[in-house]
Design a protein around this ligand. Structure first.
Ligand code: SF4
Ligand code: SF4
Length: 70
């Protein structure tokens, strides 16, 4: 199974809820970039470790994350 994580990065407010809920420590804020709202957006730092549990997508209050499985 291959998992694709997509981030609607300009909607992210950097709250880190997704980072805190991920059981595999896949996510982190991208401190090297800033989105249209002026926040460091969430990104996948270790996408290969993702198990597609969708916890991050469910907890995000702004529907930033979508997950595709292949
Ligand atoms: S789908 Fe699950 S394992 Fe993958 S990044 Fe989101 S919370 Fe982490
Ligand atoms: S939970 Fe949503 S808004 Fe908060 S950091 Fe993660 S992607 Fe961004």
């Amino acid at each position: 199974m291959t998992v694709f994580l997509h981030f609607d990065r300009d909607r992210c407010k950097g709250c880190e809820l997704c980072v805190s809920v991920c059981p595999k420590h896949v996510l982190a804020l991208d401190m090297a970039s800033t989105n249209a709202k002026g926040y460091h957006p969430a990104a996948a730092k270790d996408p290969a470790a993702c198990i597609a549990c969708a916890s991050c997508a469910k907890i995000c209050p702004d529907s930033v994350i979508s997950i595709e499985k292949e």
